[in-house]
Design a protein around this ligand. Structure first.
Ligand SMILES: *Cc1c(COP(=O)(O)O)cnc(C)c1O
Length: 380
């Protein structure tokens, strides 16, 4: 079975990790700094702060912009649960606004309707790697005094009007989970131009403890070089140097990964636009997707069978399709919080008809042809 995704790890990556292991543990973490610098350089963000997962990075972002009890954050229901969970971690309330039926991204007009006195932020998700309509979202945020946290887990390297996804709002979050553009196996990053957010995220990821004399709340006695101070409640959300070494090595390959993804997407787009029973991903003008996932919508009426049967047929044919994602509020946990099915019609319609098909740089051209053939033959 060709999986829907896989990471690309080569000998060079393995050597980089091995080198860190051979050096032994010293409390300095050169690879962390190297990886953070590489991400800052690539994205153009002033600050890049590594964490042990994308989820931790989102949690840190919500904390850093001050999300607290009762604060509302507007986001998309078509995302991984971590986006809205990070709001819950801080005591806030995620508010799901429906997606645009064409782009599958947060619809700015619907997001605007959800704003009230308790709204503190918007958290757009650049779903599948296609940037959201950032001009409209940033305008709405500005007019209403809202913060913007971008979930850029899918969109490392994607641009909107030439500017990289993740660099529009107050902060952006990246994930290095194995299926994402580059991997550290687990890992994440916050990117921001805001020094205050950067300082808060750094404290947050390391117990709230600082040794920076300027941040400490008391003055140690002379000679107490070991002195530090816990100035707030933080977590142990740090990335390891092992992971960072893998990240540094993977970053060298990112341009190649992106090129392959864009080439493969063009091949899929051309092949699937010929089929009358699928809808290929629409691209908002001005965006250049990083193509994290390749999603097809299947027309059950034209095929004569529904999504579950399409899923079963393709899996049986060796095509490892999957679904990203059910609307977040469908889960037992969110239902228990009082979220109602039927509240985001476009999101639910997409969920009912879509499948994620195999798509990743390690795939061969033969693999692509295999997938194209299997999907094309569904119509016969
Ligand atoms: C992967 C992902 C996350 C979470 O990142 P982790 O690194 O797995 O914690 C959050 N949001 C989206 C959209 C993701 O795809």
């Amino acid at each position: 079975m060709i999986p829907y995704s896989d990471c690309y790890i080569d000998e060079e990556d393995m050597r980089e990790v091995e080198e860190v292991l051979r050096k032994g543990y010293v409390s300095s973490t050169p690879k962390i700094h190297e990886f953070e610098d590489a991400i800052a350089k690539f994205t153009g963000a002033k600050y890049a702060i590594s964490l042990n997962s994308g989820t931790s990075a989102l949690h840190a972002c919500m904390f850093a912009i001050g999300i607290g009890q009762g604060d509302e954050v507007i986001t998309s229901p078509i995302t991984f649960a971590a986006t809205s969970n990070s709001v819950l971690y801080c005591g806030g309330k995620p508010v799901f606004a429906d997606i645009d039926a064409k782009t599958y991204n947060l619809d700015p007009a619907v997001a605007a309707e959800k704003i009230n006195g308790r709204t503190k932020a918007i958290a757009p998700v650049h779903y599948t790697g296609q940037p959201c309509d950032m001009d409209r979202l940033m305008k709405i945020a500005k007019e209403n005094g809202l913060k913007v946290i971008e979930d850029a887990a899918h969109s490392l390297g994607a641009t909107y009007k030439g500017k990289l996804a993740g660099t529009f709002g107050d902060a952006g979050m990246l994930s290095f989970h194995p299926v994402k553009h580059i991997t550290t196996y687990e890992g994440g990053m916050v990117i921001t131009n805001d020094k205050e957010i950067c300082d808060k995220v750094r404290l947050f990821r390391s117990h709230g403890i600082t040794r920076d004399r300027a941040q400490m709340k008391y003055t140690p006695n002379e000679g107490e070089e070991w002195a530090g101070d816990q100035v707030m409640l933080g977590y142990n959300y740090r990335m390891t140097d092992l992971q960072a070494a893998l990240g540094v090595s993977q970053m060298k390959k990112l341009p190649k990964f992106l090129k392959t993804r864009r080439e493969y997407a063009a091949i899929y787009n051309e092949a699937f636009s010929k089929l009358d029973f699928v809808t290929v991903p629409y691209q908002l003008p001005g965006t250049d997707s990083s193509w994290h996932l390749y999603i097809l919508k299947f027309n059950a009426k034209k095929l004569g069978f529904g999504r579950a049967e399409t899923f079963a047929k393709l899996r049986k044919a060796g095509v490892g399709v999957w679904v990203h994602y059910p609307p977040v509020y469908y889960s037992t946990y969110y239902q228990g919080l009082g979220y109602k099915k039927g509240s985001c019609k476009n999101a639910e319609g997409l969920y009912d008809s879509m499948l994620t098909i195999p798509f990743y740089p390690k795939m061969s051209r033969d693999d692509l042809d295999f997938v194209i053939k299997a999907i094309s033959s569904l119509g016969r």
